[in-house]
Design a protein around this ligand. Structure first.
Ligand code: NAD
Ligand code: UDP
Length: 319
């Protein structure tokens, strides 16, 4: 256990991809974890292995409604993260980000808890500055298909900083860049899971556009380490802080690596680029390096091998 006392920690969106890994890590460190989720994109399966732990509680709850619990720390992760899911019900996506933030900030204020916000690189939109630093205000379309997510997350950041200024709340805002790993939803629509699932099924690999757009991919264990370092950092460090892997790959390069690592017979098929799809995205992580002593350590190849093994296991279990 870290040299902190045992804490009562609430994780909203705890049954999702990142949330389930965070629950696992904090329980392993000896804390009491309350996982709150409405199971929109997360599943009980993601946390089933934790249910026998007496320090773990699972509560079905929608964060757009108030929640009254006693907590020392709150990690606010509730929000669908994949474009397919967050565009399915865009009004609910905005409500989850904005009403969810208001409810969790209100809770933090009442019980004087420290609160972490899972913000996103999407607050930079389709960036005109490269790589992105935290002082870049972004280039976001306010009325497009991605806006419910991007603007919802931007408004949540505003609320966090207003609670910090107005109510002296202890806040921690992480801007998360593309993260991948075991427990991504197989129909999530995000590029790493899509390509691995398609490759394992020997189905065509769907490259959107000409595949020259780039992203940087961070393995989940590194990201969770960043979350905890940020939460444990001194109170005067609020963020926002970029967390991600700065090594950039084009989507076409990613597809070729996945084919090579799976030994798949899949061929690439090129599909239209979704609207407002950012051309390039890469975090500048100097602030995380300086303030948190954090950087990603898992190379893409290593992380892909573990993620491929997870999906192989998942498909074996449903056969
Ligand atoms: P995910 O979809 O797997 O997890 C989100 C969880 O929130 C799910 O379990 C879902 O059921 C739950 N949820 C959604 N709406 C809710 C509501 N109204 N009330 C309660 N629970 C609700 O996604 P993830 O990749 O684990 O993302 C977690 C957080 O990190 C999200 O806030 C996302 O915006 C942020 N993020 C993730 C990435 C990434 O690459 N994975 C990148 C940037 C930001
Ligand atoms: N993408 C792709 N094929 C897919 C899914 C996604 O080419 O099957 C592309 C997508 O257009 C984008 C990139 O991969 O340029 C990353 O997409 P993802 O949805 O994973 O994340 P985001 O766009 O939010 O970074």
């Amino acid at each position: 256990m870290r040299n902190t006392d045992r804490k009562r920690i609430l994780i909203t969106g705890g049954a999702g991809f990142l949330g389930s890994h965070l629950c696992e890590r904090l329980l392993a460190e000896g804390h009491d974890v309350l996982c709150v989720d409405n199971f929109f994109t997360g599943t009980k399966d993601n946390v089933a292995h934790l249910l026998g732990n007496p320090r773990f509680e699972l509560l079905r709850h929608d964060v757009t409604f108030p929640l009254y619990v006693e907590m020392d720390e709150i990690y606010n992760l509730a929000c669908p993260a994949s474009p397919v899911h967050y565009q399915h019900d865009p009004v609910q996506t905005t409500k989850t980000s904005v009403h969810g933030a208001i409810n969790m900030l209100g809770l933090a204020k009442r019980v004087r808890a420290k609160i972490f916000q899972a913000s996103t690189s999407e607050v930079y939109g389709d960036p005109q500055v490269h790589p992105q630093r935290e002082n870049y205000w972004g280039h976001v379309n306010p009325i497009g298909f991605r806006s419910c997510y991007d603007e919802g997350k931007r408004c949540a950041e505003t609320l966090f900083f207003d609670y910090y200024r107005q109510h002296r709340l202890r806040i921690k805002v992480a801007r998360i860049f593309n993260t991948y790993g075991p427990r991504m939803h197989p129909n999530d629509g995000r590029v790493v899971s899509n390509f691995i699932v398609q490759a394992l099924k020997n189905e065509p690999i769907t490259v959107y556009g000409d595949g020259s757009q780039s992203r940087s991919f961070c393995y989940v264990d590194d990201m969770i380490d960043g979350f905890i370092r940020l939460m444990d950092s001194p109170d005067d460090f609020t963020g926002p802080v970029n967390l991600g892997n700065p090594t950039e790959f084009t989507i076409e390069e990613l597809s070729k690596r996945v084919i090579a690592l799976t030994g798949s017979k899949s061929k690439l098929v090129y599909k239209p680029l979704p609207s407002d799809d950012p051309v390039q995205r890469q975090p500048d992580i100097s602030l995380a390096r300086t303030k948190l002593g954090w950087e990603s350590t898992v190379a893409l190849e290593q992380g892909l091998v573990k993620t491929i093994a997870y999906f192989e296991g998942l498909f074996r279990s449903v056969r």
